[in-house]
Design a protein around this ligand. Structure first.
Ligand SMILES: N[C@@H](CCC(=O)N[C@@H](CS)C(=O)NCC(=O)O)C(=O)O
Length: 216
């Protein structure tokens, strides 16, 4: 079975796990720390970033977006890419946006409050948290609120846009950040729908167990 090398609380690993679950494809997660100097890991990921994907025949490569594109080539069932060309471009834009700016600001809080203390012996910097909450997160949430016109970010079914944006919102959930109901009503409704998808629920619960285990 193919392996995803990385650490599950990483939003990029989460994204690849959710894609496998959505497409009913087998996978196993093998622990690999970001920045590891494991030779085979570095050969596939010269930047030292997780995840790395290892196929059944031993082919390996890096980058979560490349992984989803690869999965779609090998198995087109339950596609995460819209058929319509404009929708496809829009979904890829949201994937790019979520993997860069949105993850940057949500992971800043997630690292301070959860990942750093649980795994890196890090003490939460309360001032930095306030800066992230007051200045960095609101403009991104406002952008997302402005982009939602229906149940999904693009078209009328779950796409890579929802997986990546919803996955970044999981960072905020873990970091105990509650979206303001008056400012982001559509985004809160999206968040509730996304978090209640069984595969997402299960992913959130298993990450919560991991954090609880790391603390004890
Ligand atoms: N574009 C990459 C980003 C992966 C990434 O930044 N992973 C983080 C962990 S969440 C990492 O490995 N960081 C280590 C580093 O930057 O040295 C992807 O989509 O897979």
């Amino acid at each position: 079975m193919p392996s995803i090398l990385g650490v599950p609380p990483s939003p990029y690993v989460r994204k690849v796990i959710l894609a496998h679950e959505h497409k009913n494809m087998p996978y196993e997660v093998k622990m690999m720390m970001p920045g590891s100097d494991d030779e085979a890991f570095r050969a596939a990921s010269p930047l030292g970033k997780v995840p790395v994907y290892v196929t059944d025949d031993g082919f390996s490569f890096a980058d979560s977006s490349v992984m989803i594109a690869y999965l779609e080539k090998t198995n087109s069932t339950n596609s995460l890419y819209p058929d319509d060309a404009n929708d496809y471009a829009q979904a890829l834009w949201f994937e790019e946006y979520a993997d860069t700016k949105l993850t940057e600001v949500t992971a800043a809080l997630y690292f301070q409050r959860v990942v750093g203390p649980a795994f890196f012996n890090h003490t939460t910097d309360v001032e930095r948290c306030q800066e992230v909450i007051n200045e960095l997160i609101p403009p991104q949430l406002a952008y997302l609120e402005s982009q939602l016109t229906g149940d999904f970010f693009v078209g009328d079914k779950l796409s890579i846009a929802d997986v990546c944006i919803g996955g970044a919102l999981v960072n905020l959930l873990h970091a105990d950040y509650e979206l303001d109901a008056a400012s982001y009503p559509k985004l809160i409704a999206f968040q509730q729908r996304f978090f209640s998808i069984p595969m997402v629920k299960q992913c959130i619960e298993s990450e919560q167990q991991m954090f609880a285990g790391a603390k004890s």
